[in-house]
Structures are given as structure tokens and as C-alpha cells.
Ligand binder design. Structure first.
Ligand code: MD6
Ligand code: FE
Length: 205
């Protein structure tokens, strides 16, 4: 485990066999909850990343804003359940007393990236966000709690985990670029990032 600007970096958290099982589980989720193109609030500009979710809640973004909701924005169906191996990953990495409620699945094709952002749409900001990467490697940047704070980069490979918790929970972070063709895990290439989140406090106030 390494500290990257307060983020906990766990290289090789998942081995090859676990990654293959997880890739299959994600393919099944995508069959039930197809990838959608999120759009920026106000401008409606399309993200370069496509998304879906599993869990009781899923994160969506459209012209009206960012939010968590119970169902898929296009099919209206409830999100598929979070696979047990992801609940196990949360239990191993999160150090938090309840289960995650949402798993955002980010899909990176050629040229996709993710701008510097904070994850702050969760009421349970005392819970960390746990990230797992599959497929092609990507340059992940993490800074401080202000957009202009100094940042560090780390190349995330298939199977690596990142935990943003504690003082780093509200750190700005993003994906500068994906290194196309760096992994053979995913049949169609590209990169998948999973972020497990607790949205609501354990005992609602
Ligand atoms: C990505 N990750 O790796 C984007 N968010 O594709 C995130 O936005 C992220 O890695 C919260 C915590 C960890 C993360
Ligand atoms: Fe994020």
C-alpha cells in the first residue's frame, strides 16, 4: 500500500483469476443495465466516458444535474445488484461499518478521459470511495481539496485499487489518459473503472 497525496494506492489488489471473474460479472451487468452517455449539468455536453451502475443507487449526470437514483435513466429498471466479490473488496479496503450502496462503472474507449473532479454527491462523506481498475492502464492524477493544489500522478494498471478516504476523500482527481492496448483482459479493449460508494449515512439523522 502506498500513499499518493493521501490516497491509498494498492497495486495488484486483484489477481488475474479475480479480474477475469470480475470482467464476466461486469459483462452481465452491462447486459441488464446498458452503458449510457452522461451529460454535463447546464451545458448538456457529453462526457467522453460512458457509464452504468450496480447497487441500490446509481450515479447519473444530465443537463439537470448530478444525482443518485434508484433506476437506469434509459430503461427505468432498478440497477443490478453489486456482485459479492465487490462487496468483499469494499470490506477489505474501506474500513467503514456498513456496505456500499452504489457502484459506478466508468467505461473508457479510445480517447476517453475524465476531468479533475471531487466526488461529493454522497451524504455519507465519512465513508471512503473505493476504486478498482480493469483493462488498459491509465494515468490517474490526484491533488488536494482545492482545484489548484499540487497534484501527483500514478499509472493505474488492471487489478489496482485506490481508496479516497479521510483527508483525501474530497481530493480533486481525474484520468488524464488511457494507454490503449496495454491489457488483454477486456475482449473489446479499453478500460473499466469501478467506484464503490456509500451514499446515505448508516443511521439517518
Ligand atoms: C477512474 N476514478 O479511475 C476515475 N473517484 O476512472 C475516480 O473518479 C475515482 O478513482 C473516487 C475515488 C477513486 C477514484
Ligand atoms: Fe471520482
Amino acid at each position: 500500500m502506498l500513499d499518493i497525496n493521501g490516497a491509498l494506492y494498492v497495486p495488484g489488489f486483484l489477481d488475474g483469476a479475480a479480474l477475469r471473474r470480475l470482467a464476466e460479472a461486469i459483462a452481465a451487468i452491462l447486459a441488464e443495465a446498458p452503458a449510457f452517455t452522461p451529460r454535463m449539468p447546464r451545458t448538456g455536453k457529453a462526457f467522453s466516458v460512458r457509464m452504468t451502475n450496480c447497487g441500490s443507487l446509481g450515479w447519473v449526470s444530465d443537463v439537470t444535474g448530478y444525482r443518485y437514483q434508484n433506476g437506469h435513466p434509459e430503461t427505468g429498471r432498478p440497477w443490478p445488484a453489486i456482485p459479492s466479490m465487490l462487496l468483499d473488496a469494499w470490506a477489505a479496503l474501506a474500513d467503514w461499518p456498513g456496505p456500499p450502496e452504489a457502484c459506478l462503472i466508468n467505461l473508457y474507449g479510445t480517447g476517453a478521459r475524465m476531468g479533475l473532479h471531487q466526488d461529493r454527491d454522497e451524504a455519507a462523506l465519512d465513508a471512503p470511495v473505493v476504486s478498482l481498475s480493469l483493462g488498459d492502464s491509465a494515468v490517474f492524477r490526484v491533488g488536494g481539496q482545492k482545484r489548484g493544489d499540487p497534484s501527483r500522478s500514478v499509472t493505474l494498471h488492471s487489478g489496482d485499487a485506490i481508496v479516497l478516504g479521510g483527508a483525501a476523500r474530497l481530493a480533486f482527481h481525474g484520468i488524464d489518459r488511457v494507454l490503449a492496448g496495454s491489457s488483454r483482459l477486456l475482449p473489446e479493449g479499453g478500460r473499466i473503472n469501478l467506484t464503490l460508494r456509500r451514499v446515505t449515512p448508516l443511521r439517518p439523522a
